[in-house]
Design a protein around this ligand. Structure first.
Ligand code: MN3
Length: 204
């Protein structure tokens, strides 16, 4: 099986009180699983079945809406779970801290820019920190699109993702997306972001 649906890398209640257990159960077991199932159905019997998600996204303009939406939903959520940790938060360290300082001046500037991208994304979508030619950029995108897709103008290798669909925060934060975004920084897994940064830089 090329594409696998994985368990959360931590317990459903372990991001409390930032993200509640109920939201994590619904988000992973229902929303994420549904994207996965529909993606597998959409690529079944096609050439995409034997391609990596990265390969599929690089030519997503040639695929159906079902592959774009559900493949994006499958990939984005797997990344999102790994970008968080019960032991997360605090300041980025090591190479990520260096890269943020180089490209944004300091961590506060990055936080402001990324939070703004998350809060101003109209309707459902995502906020991203991504790497292009060794440099960091912030962007947002609609629905389940991501910076690996050839249909986006702002393209690169995503290393940090924030889901701003209402299903990600509505139970605890209701309509207050800025409160969710603000609280979310307390669970960011900077060790994982650094791992992604290293992988992205090796790909260039
Ligand atoms: Mn979601």
């Amino acid at each position: 099986m090329k594409h696998e649906f994985l368990d959360l890398p931590y317990a459903y209640d372990s991001l409390e009180p930032i993200i509640d257990k109920e939201t994590m159960i619904l988000h992973h077991d229902k929303h994420h699983k549904a994207y996965y199932d529909k993606f597998v159905a959409a690529i079944s019997g096609t050439d995409a079945e034997n391609q990596s998600l990265e390969e599929i996204f690089a030519n997503i303009s040639k695929h159906s809406k079902a592959v774009r939406n559900n493949g994006g939903g499958f990939y984005n959520h797997t990344l999102f779970w790994n970008c968080m940790s019960p032991n997360g938060g605090g300041n980025p360290k090591g190479d990520v801290a260096e890269a943020i300082k180089r490209d944004f001046g300091n961590f506060e500037n990055l936080k402001t820019k990324f939070s703004e991208a998350a809060v101003t994304q109209f309707g459902s979508g995502w906020a991203w920190l991504y790497v292009k030619d060794g440099k960091l950029f912030v962007s947002n995108s609609s629905n389940q699109d991501n910076p690996l897709m050839d249909i986006l103008e702002e393209r690169g290798e995503p290393i940090l993702a924030l889901d701003v669909w209402e299903h990600a925060y509505y139970l605890r934060y209701q309509n207050k997306r800025p409160d969710y975004v603000n609280a979310w920084w307390n669970v960011v897994n900077w060790d994982y972001v650094e791992k992604r940064l290293h992988q992205a830089n090796n790909m260039v």
